[in-house]
Design a protein around this ligand. Structure first.
Ligand code: DX5
Ligand code: ZN
Length: 219
């Protein structure tokens, strides 16, 4: 149903000791966006990277830096992630009591604003903020780690959110357990951006892995 599906490799599965090189490699391999997973050891049970790392990778690609904040609170860090060179900043609906304010902060920093929903959060969480959104990210695993299995019940959520979005220019992104086996169902349900960590970085060539996900989504 979607004419074009964008592939956003998650650098969570990259070699952190060679991050600049890894970002250049996925760029050269034909990725559309670069997905950056920020974790705080509080909202999710893992710790990854901060704004300094986003700033460090920024010179290595001109592609969209899609920054997924799995942190609570998020608001105190939005300005720093904006200044670091993020293009899209996504916060979790579950991460704070004032989602509308967080989205306003992101847009007032001149960035595209996204909201992410963990698997148990219903789509109704975003009804009243739709007009503040540039992106909705549906988590298809529990956030915190790469390499987990896709939760099939999320396919209905993707379809419901696609219907809620209607004609608005909002990206619908799926994150977690996306492989050539699950990409088709996500795209069919209405997703137009697919994040993939393990499926891009584990084995084979990045170009072939990205192409395989794209082909499965567009079939
Ligand atoms: C999970 C992260 C995902 C993760 C995806 O908390 O938000 O972006 O890296 O990894 P895979 O594709 O391996 O499930
Ligand atoms: Zn992510």
């Amino acid at each position: 149903m979607t004419s074009e599906v964008l592939i956003a490799p998650s650098i969570l599965s990259a070699d952190f000791a060679r991050l600049g090189e890894e970002v250049r490699a996925i760029d050269a391999a034909g990725c559309d966006w670069v997905h950056v997973d920020v974790m705080d050891g509080h909202f999710v049970p893992n710790i990854t990277i901060g704004p300094g790392v986003v700033a460090a990778i920024r010179p290595h690609t001109r592609k969209v830096l899609d920054v997924h904040l799995m942190i609570a609170p998020a608001d105190p860090f939005i300005e720093a992630f904006a200044a670091a060179g993020s293009d899209i900043i996504t916060v979790h609906a579950e991460a704070g009591p004032h989602l509308d304010r967080s989205l306003q902060l992101i847009r007032s920093a001149g960035k595209k604003a996204g909201v992410s929903l963990t698997p148990q959060t219903p789509e109704s969480a975003i009804v009243y903020v739709l007009d503040r959104l540039d992106l909705v990210l549906v988590m298809t695993v529990n956030p915190g780690f790469g390499g987990q299995a896709f939760i099939p019940a999320m396919v209905d959520k993707i379809a419901n959110i696609r219907a809620m979005i209607g004609a608005r220019p909002i990206h619908l992104e799926v994150d977690g357990g996306v492989t050539p086996d699950t990409a088709g169902a996500c795209a069919k349900a209405g997703a137009n951006v697919l994040v993939a960590g393990s499926a891009v970085f584990k084995g084979g060539t990045y170009r072939e892995n990205i192409a395989a996900i794209r082909a499965a989504a567009q079939k």
